[in-house]
Design a binder for this molecule. Sequence first.
Ligand code: NAD
Length: 450
Amino acid sequence: MTQEPHEQIFADALKRLDRAAEFADLGKEVLLRLKSPKSVLDVSIPVRMDDGSLQVFHGYRVRYDDTRGPTKGGIRFHPDVHVGEVKALAFWMTCKCAVVGIPFGGGKGGVIVDPKQLSRLELERLSRGFIERIADFIGPDTDVPAPDVYTNAMIMGWMMDEYSKIHRKRTPAVITGKPIPLGGSLGRDDATGRGAYYCIKELERIRGWNPAEIRVAVQGFGNAGQHVARLLHADGYRIVAVSDSHGGILRPEGLDVPRTIELKNQGRTIGAVYTTRSVCECPVCGDEDCHCNSDDVGSGEVISNEELLELDVDVLIPAALENQITAENAGRISAPVVIEVANGPTTSEADQTLNENDTLVVPDILANAGGVTVSYFEWAQNQAGYSWSEDDVHERLQRIMTQEFNTIYQLADDKHIDMRTAAYVHALNRIGEAVEAQGTSRFFAPGDNE
Ligand code: NAD
């Protein structure tokens, strides 16, 4: 039976679970429990549009597993949101929180909407309306949302405010990724890119890289992609290509990353809320005939997203959406190292090809875990009424990312498995310990060989 692509994402996520279970110290009950989400909420959200008409949007919130703590995961606004995809994302969050050892389970949410078609007021009404629908499902000690694709700090602020109004109590710890004045954490904005950067710094140490010789391509130049590119560029890495949903730029000599970020972000047509201008429209290369301002950053070649993935570079960083490296193009990926900043950019069939070609893939549940780690710091600060300095946040994040990267790298080496499988093994061992601590058939029916 063929599955819908979005159901396929969830089925694919479970395949990785089965593979990792072969190497983990895991009872069969744990595996059984992890194959289905704890609960799935399906909501409709009526929104009064600016022209007076009513539009009804649909959304989901999935709480996948809360054995290790409250469920944690972002809310995505995207026209392609599907419950199968949200379940897969919530499953990944469960594993990701266990990979970095923070006391959270996994969850995720999404609303089917193209936010670029909404006015700011419509966007605010939709954000508050979604919270009104899920207010009994979330909470600082049960389920804690955060930003994801096409949601941001301002939206998290509206959502926290709406939850607080419903509960008649200011509750900053219900959501993370908030603006700083509303209880956000310093260092949350660049945490995902920074976490990936700390992983790359460990590889640099292990492999003895000279940054100036390392060519990097970044697919997806949003929050996560821009920050990892910025930090690597500052250390002397050569960022030769970047792209967004409209396409990319290649400049073998290396891009001026800070200027590219500045130019891209100047193109935001609805102010601070969304970036609608594409990298290709920016003056680094212009749209095909554009030569404006190219002097200050040099010129580049326009390439497609497909071409970017297949470039002859040393490090490829997919930082956009799922399913970018597939069975179809995996054989043409020439980068020996792939750092998965996006969630689920590689399909399980593609994994096989990449492994056969000895490509080192630092998997999403490790490479992009910096975001949720600093979200945990934000939640902890809100719960305790503290505010940490940016240096403090960076130092704590570096400690966690470095330690977990090295544990997983070593596990992969010891068990002769790829880093993705090793990351899942590491996560499953931690989740398994928590489940076992509540008692399984090993305790209740000792004769059962589980
Ligand atoms: P974002 O909305 O800020 O940026 C996404 C970028 O990807 C934009 O530049 C967009 O134009 C580009 N894009 C969209 N479709 C594309 C395509 N088909 N090809 C190339 N580029 C495309 O989102 P973000 O927060 O940077 O998230 C990017 C990825 O990182 C997502 O997979 C997200 O789940 C993951 N992630 C983000 C965080 C975080 O804290 N921001 C944390 C963990 C994981």
